[in-house]
Design a binder for this molecule. Structure first.
Ligand SMILES: CC(C)(COP(=O)(O)OP(=O)(O)OC[C@H]1O[C@@H](n2cnc3c(N)ncnc32)[C@H](O)[C@@H]1OP(=O)(O)O)[C@@H](O)C(=O)NCCC(=O)NCCS
Length: 158
């Protein structure tokens, strides 16, 4: 019998499985994305996996950034294995990120680059006045306000 997937903090032992799930979802082209430029300069703040029978079937990560001096987290990449989609795991991974962010003192909010039709349901708002270290479609830049309403300025590592 297959157990209900669990959402847990990632561990160093999950690294290869996380890479495999992310590669399957986005392909190698993800390394060309501007979001990756920001991630490669930023410390990993936290990561969560969806685990089924011990196997990683979904992943999301949070990176420490700041925007015009406002401390924030940058969410992504988020990916769920194709055969496990549309069962709420993506939502559960986003919720784990939101819960983590809410527990951090002084955090302005959570930034991401993603599809607005997916992320508005979690309270993310358009943040088209935020720029990244490279080209990004401003319509896909989104912000979940915690202490800070939608900011403007360049997102940098913290
Ligand atoms: C995005 C992703 C993580 C969602 O995972 P999931 O476990 O299927 O998410 P949930 O079960 O919580 O939500 C599924 C719902 O979101 C919708 N959805 C999924 N991706 C979407 C997108 N990019 N835009 C709009 N809606 C989307 C699904 O159609 C589904 O709708 P329904 O509830 O009406 O059936 C998964 O589809 C994935 O890995 N996609 C490939 C990687 C990717 O594109 N990640 C970034 C998205 S910007």
């Amino acid at each position: 019998m297959t157990a209900t997937p669990l959402i847990e903090a990632e561990t160093p032992a999950d690294a290869a499985a996380i890479e495999a799930v992310t590669l399957a979802a986005f392909g190698p082209g993800r390394f060309a994305k501007t979001a990756e430029r920001l991630r490669e300069r930023s410390p990993l703040a936290a990561g969560f996996v969806a685990r089924e029978d011990g196997r990683v079937i979904g992943s999301v990560r949070l990176w420490s950034i700041s925007i015009d001096g406002v401390p924030a987290l940058f969410l992504g990449p988020i990916a769920v294995e194709r055969s496990s989609r549309r069962a709420g795991l993506g939502a559960a991974l986003v919720q784990a990120c939101v819960d983590h962010a809410q527990a951090i003192d002084g955090l302005g909010g959570v930034l991401l680059v993603g599809d607005p039709p997916y992320f508005t349901r979690f309270g993310f708002l358009s943040a088209s006045a935020v720029s990244l270290p490279g080209p990004a479609d401003p319509r896909r830049i989104m912000w979940l306000p915690l202490l800070q309403s939608v900011p403007s300025g360049l997102a940098c590592s913290r």
